[in-house]
Design a protein around this ligand. Structure first.
Ligand SMILES: Cc1cc2nc3c(=O)[nH]c(=O)nc-3n(C[C@H](O)[C@H](O)[C@H](O)COP(=O)(O)O)c2cc1C
Length: 310
C-alpha cells in the first residue's frame, strides 16, 4: 500500500487544532508550564482547570482513588482564581501561540457565571468551556446546573451575552435524557458541546478502615469504565444537534479516540488517561490514529466524524 498524506488537523469553531486530541479540564491545566508540557507531548490543544472568579481550595485529601476499571476524584473544583488563570494563559500563548487554549469556567450561581463571563474577553483563550456539570461539589446542591431543568439555558444565555468568544458547554452524564439538555443548550446559543463530565458520584470503601476512601466520601467516576457511556451519549447527541462536539470519557488509545470521532466528536478529550499512562499518551494516541488512517486509506479526520451513523 502506498504511503498517503494524512491530514490530522481539525478546524473547530474556526480555530485550527493540529490534531484532534485535547487535554480535558482538571488534569495538568493549572499552569503555563504544565500545559506547555502537554502540548510538547503531542496534544492538539489544552483545556484549563475549571476556574471561578475567586479561586477555591476544594476538598481535603485523599481526593483521588483508582480502582480496577477507572478512578474517582473529589477535587471539588480546586483552582487559583480567574486572574491567575488569565496570566497562565497569557504566558502559554507567548510560548506556544499556535496551539489552541480552551478556558474552562464555572460558577455556583447565575451571578457568578455572569461575573466571570464578563471578563473572558480579557483572556487570550481561543474558546471557552462552560462547566455546568461537576458532580462532587457540595455548594452545587441539590445538583449541578446541567442536571436542573431550565438552568443550562439560563447559564448559556448569560455567558453568550457577556463574551464574544465561542462557548462549548460541558454536559453531565448524570441525567435521564442528555439529548434534551443538548438541544436546550444549542437552542440557547451554545456554539459547541463537550461530553461527558465525570459520572456519579461513586464510592470506594476501605474495608479495613470500614470507611470511604475519599475525604468527602464520594467522587466523580472517570477513566475506561465510563467510555461506553460517553460514546453512546456522543452518538445520541450527534444525531440531535447541529453544533460540533468534543467527546470525553475514558479515552486512552487511538482506537478509543477513533470510536469517539466515529460517534460524532470532532475533538477528543483525554483526562484520566494521563494518570494511567503519563503525558506521552497524547503522542501515542495520535500515532495510533495515524497508523489506522494509513491502513484504512483515510486522508482526513473530517472524513471520520460521525462515520458510525452512515
Ligand atoms: C482529577 C480530575 C479533575 C477534574 N477536574 C475537572 C474540572 O475542573 N472541570 C471539568 O469540567 N472537568 C473536570 N474533570 C472531568 C474531566 O475533564 C473529564 O470530563 C472526565 O474525567 C472524563 O474523562 P476521562 O475519563 O478522560 O478522565 C476532572 C477529572 C479528573 C479525573
Amino acid at each position: 500500500m502506498s504511503k498517503q498524506k494524512i491530514d490530522s488537523r481539525v478546524n473547530f469553531l474556526g480555530v485550527e487544532f493540529p490534531n484532534p486530541i485535547v487535554l480535558s479540564s482538571g488534569i495538568l491545566g493549572m499552569t503555563a508550564t504544565s500545559m506547555e508540557k502537554v502540548i510538547t507531548s503531542g496534544a492538539g490543544g489544552v483545556t484549563t482547570k475549571s476556574t471561578n472568579i475567586s479561586g477555591r481550595d476544594g476538598n481535603p485529601c485523599p481526593k483521588v482513588i483508582t480502582y480496577e476499571a477507572g478512578m474517582l476524584n473529589c477535587y471539588g473544583l480546586t483552582n487559583a482564581g480567574f486572574l491567575n488563570e488569565k496570566n497562565e494563559i497569557k504566558e502559554l500563548k507567548q510560548r506556544r501561540p499556535e496551539n489552541p487554549v480552551i478556558i474552562s469556567i464555572f460558577g455556583f450561581s447565575l451571578e457568578e457565571f455572569e461575573q466571570i463571563a464578563k471578563k473572558l474577553d480579557q483572556t487570550q483563550a481561543d474558546l471557552v468551556e462552560v462547566n455546568i456539570s461537576c458532580p462532587n461539589v457540595k455548594e452545587e446542591t441539590p445538583k449541578p446546573f446541567a442536571c436542573l431543568t431550565g438552568m443550562p439555558r439560563q447559564v448559556v444565555k448569560l455567558v453568550k451575552k457577556n463574551t464574544k468568544k465561542p462557548i462549548i458547554v460541558k454536559l453531565s452524564p448524570n441525567v435521564t435524557d442528555i439529548v434534551a439538555i443538548a438541544k436546550e443548550v444549542e437552542d440557547a446559543g451554545a456554539d459547541a458541546i463537550s461530553a461527558i463530565n465525570t459520572l456519579g458520584p461513586g464510592m470506594v470503601i476501605n474495608i479495613e478502615a470500614k470507611r470511604p476512601v475519599l475525604s468527602v466520601g464520594s467522587g466523580g467516576i472517570s477513566g475506561p469504565a465510563i467510555r461506553p457511556l460517553a460514546v453512546r451519549m456522543i452518538y445520541d447527541v450527534y444525531q440531535a444537534v447541529k453544533i460540533p462536539l468534543v467527546g470525553i470519557g475514558g479515552v486512552t488509545t487511538g482506537r478509543d479516540a477513533l470510536e469517539m470521532i466515529m460517534a460524532g466528536a470532532e475533538l477528543v478529550g483525554v483526562g484520566s488517561g494521563v494518570y494511567y499512562q503519563g503525558i506521552d499518551i497524547f503522542a501515542k494516541i495520535n500515532q495510533e490514529i495515524r497508523k489506522w488512517m494509513q491502513k484504512n486509506q483515510v486522508k482526513s479526520i473530517a472524513e471520520l466524524v460521525g462515520a458510525a451513523h452512515r
